[in-house]
Ligand binder design. Sequence first.
Ligand code: ADP
Ligand code: MG
Length: 222
Amino acid sequence: MSHAIVSLHQVSKGFNDGDKYHQVLAGINLSINPADTVALTGPSGSGKSTLLNIIGGFEFIKQGQLLLNGSDTANWQDKQWSQFRRQHLGVVFQQFNLLTPLNVRDNIAFSLRLNQQAWSPWCDYLLSQLGLDEVKSRNVETLSGGQQQRVAIARALAHKPSLLLADEPTGNLDEKAGKQVMALLTQLAQESQTSILMVTHSNECAAFMQRRWHLEQGLIHE
Ligand code: ADP
Ligand code: MG
């Protein structure tokens, strides 16, 4: 039996804002299947990052159901969450979040070690496809923004996760670098059979994904 990688049923989420409650997600239903690539758009503050944070287990829900690989996360403890992240999840954010005292190769190797995995030929392939071979011994601080985001992509895909969560991954790049990063991200995710859920403001970036979701007033419109 094959499962959706992610499914949400009637998921609501809000935050206390002083003495008021601010509802952000209002009964979301969605699923992401293997090999799906999804662009998520929506106004600023509509809850796009909150949705990604819920799926990655960085925020928790009290209403609704979140299933990951067919397993209900309601009773997951830290152990199950870290196992899911180690084996199945890659993340790329707008800020590259690299370890600045380290070089390119060590940034990826460090993250692999956290995921309890070893360097593999796939990692060398990622470096070469992402145009990072020449700079792999350089401190990441000395690289351009586009190069740093490509390091973040290599790091996110190094363990061939089943799901990549990307939150405005090209938000800090100029248009040319952004498009280049998108093309590589899409190609490599396809090769590692990684599904993508990507927040973006750019129609050009969204065009790289097969599906489009728009989040507005707490609901998703496909
Ligand atoms: P988007 O990514 O679409 O711009 P966010 O998911 O970041 O939107 O935020 C949605 C709303 O939820 C915003 O009003 C934001 O202020 C609020 N919010 C998000 N995270 C928190 C939090 N941890 N505590 C309180 N409010 C939050
Ligand atoms: Mg956001």
